[in-house]
Design a protein around this ligand. Sequence first.
Ligand code: SF4
Length: 339
Amino acid sequence: MTDLKALSQEELDSFAKNAGLPAFRSRQLIHWIYERYALSIDGITEFSKKLREELSARAYISNLTLLDRQTSEDGTQKFLFGLEDSETIESVLIPDDDRLTLCISSQVGCAMGCVFCLTGKLGLKRNLKPHEIIDQVISVNRLILPERITNIVFMGMGEPLANFDHVIEAIVRITNIMKMSPKRITLSTSGIPLKIIELGKKALKVNLAISLNATTDAVRNVIMPINNTYPIRALLDACRKYPLPVNRHITFEYVLLKGTNDSPEDAHRLVRLLKNIPSKINLIPFNAYSGCEYNRPDERTVIQFQDILLDAGMTVLIRKSKGQDILAACGQLKATYKA
Ligand code: SF4
């Protein structure tokens, strides 16, 4: 049985052709899967009953299974989805002014092992397939009708650049089929320099965010083990080579950990490191979770850190943590399901 949602646009064209259908049927299938969020071939009411039966004999439309949906006091929603092999992933919907941003997962678990992140503690189970990435967008769009997701960030579970080909295919379908502007899509990475350069060559024009979180290799090696393979200098060299459209910047995420990376010296070093890179810095005071050895710095330390960056003329925001009460904030996704 062919899963129609798993097919690329070209593959759907071939499927329709092989099934003896005229080309416009492939466009109708795309419309019903990606715009009307059809859950099954039988739900494609534009097709005759006979055609639906014929298609259902050789194909189906897969769907993520919604296992849990929690809403935070601040309106953030966390969705727990089951996959066909019973693995689970999470997606987080963050309302902000006129935007509805969906934070999506690219892998089940993650191999990167960042010490401040619950997903990292799971280890990597597997890569998500392109349609499992896209189906987070389709499923949430269906669940929030008549509203619609306006922005997508690859900041959920997993390192997107470690699942490069599938993430690229997902972005291509989201931009080409679902017609979302690449300006509204941000890919966040812990930093794999060669893949950042490869991403740049794909010319997808998506926004790039780097999870930096330290200003020395000694500290970054400890809190983000990937730094042992790709140190800060190699990572920032790759950032300098990323082809940024005019007036765009790279976002640097910086989780502030008390007594680890939050000193005035760190702030000054950060200014020097990001010199000559069009950047915006998001400071994220750590979202502590039980059993974690790291703590959140106090307000004064966070403001002092921000002021040093502002005085140096940098664009910097302190990111308000959303969805903390439902463990939906940055670094808190672990996709556990208690029935
Ligand atoms: S922060 Fe991102 S890259 Fe690091 S362990 Fe968590 S999910 Fe993986």
